[in-house]
Design a protein around this ligand. Sequence first.
Ligand code: FPP
Ligand code: MG
Ligand code: MG
Length: 377
Amino acid sequence: TKGDLPTIDPLRIVAKEMKFLTGNIRKLLGSGHPSLDRAAKYYTQAEGKHVRPLIVLLMSRATSLCPKAPQRQQATAQASAAIDTSISPQSILSDFNPSAGTESEPVLADADILPSQRRLAEITELIHTASLLHDDVIDHSVSRRGSPSANLEFGNKMAVLAGDFLLGRASVALARLRHAEVIELLATVIANLVEGEFMQLKNTARDETNPQWSEDALTYYLQKTYLKTASLISKSCRAAALLGGADAQTVDAAYSYGRNLGLAFQLVDDLLDYTRSEKELGKPAGADLELGLATAPLLFAWKTMPELGALVGRKFANDGDVARARDLVMQSDGIQQTRALAEDYAEKAIASLSLFPDSEAKDGLVEMAVKTLQRKK
Ligand code: FPP
Ligand code: MG
Ligand code: MG
């Protein structure tokens, strides 16, 4: 309902930078061992949505217009100069070879996005992709981005090792940014991903002897959701602002945007699991109940349908539990409440940008929040 206003395409605003993303990521992932090389690059073949790099690049551009932290400018200039944008491992069982591959990288696409921020965008996608490789093993997934999942294609062992390899290469690229605070942020993200996944596996908020809805269940779910999804987006937004030398207020605003957008993003993900088909998603639908997971739509449904308590308590393990839980959720207003909460977070994300000067990149960030609510997969 935006009347005649032309729709903003966030991708167009950073198209030049995005164009090199997949190629650069594949360069970061080169290995002299052919099967490792293939497994590591597997999820870079089918075009992902690249949501995280897109947000990092838009945030980099939007914050370039914000006030700077005077004492940090010097350090940032040094850090950017130290970035080697030409990492192309060529040796067998490859160490990085910093002097190789200079030919394919343009010097600087846009003055307002630093090479270090572009590299950060690649690092966020690497960490995200590593988490998908591990996640598909944990979830016994058979498809991802419309193709067989890596665990199905290569087996669990190779899929786990490929994920570890991505994290290793992401860590090297991160270290090369020579920015201690940014390294700390992204290293914390990796720990947070594991913490979130653990919270999901071991649901200690639920008291098995008292299967009644409690506010704690929702608090636990949101904490888990922050760790699992919003940590990466929020801390990489913060890191983008830091690399650009932005002042403390801007850095905090960037973080707040990422946190709220990340929470909205996962809430929508969790409701799409109920409302869309496998064909539409490019990955199995209805997967969360099958995995024994009670996400937001069910937690809201549970509030008015105490019958769900027993099913939650046994993780929908008995015959017919999944179908029954699904029916109850669909009869409830759980989906609508989940959407409403996602809308709240998206609005908060947009409000976080209020101090940013008007720019195309800022409009792009607003549009990302709008699109998060509209997305169908
Ligand atoms: C996708 O969730 C998974 C995540 C967002 C994070 C998973 C984290 C780990 C497996 C921890 C260890 C990994 C690393 C690399 C630190 P989902 O299963 O709800 O989404 P899906 O439907 O896309 O599979
Ligand atoms: Mg999964
Ligand atoms: Mg999972």
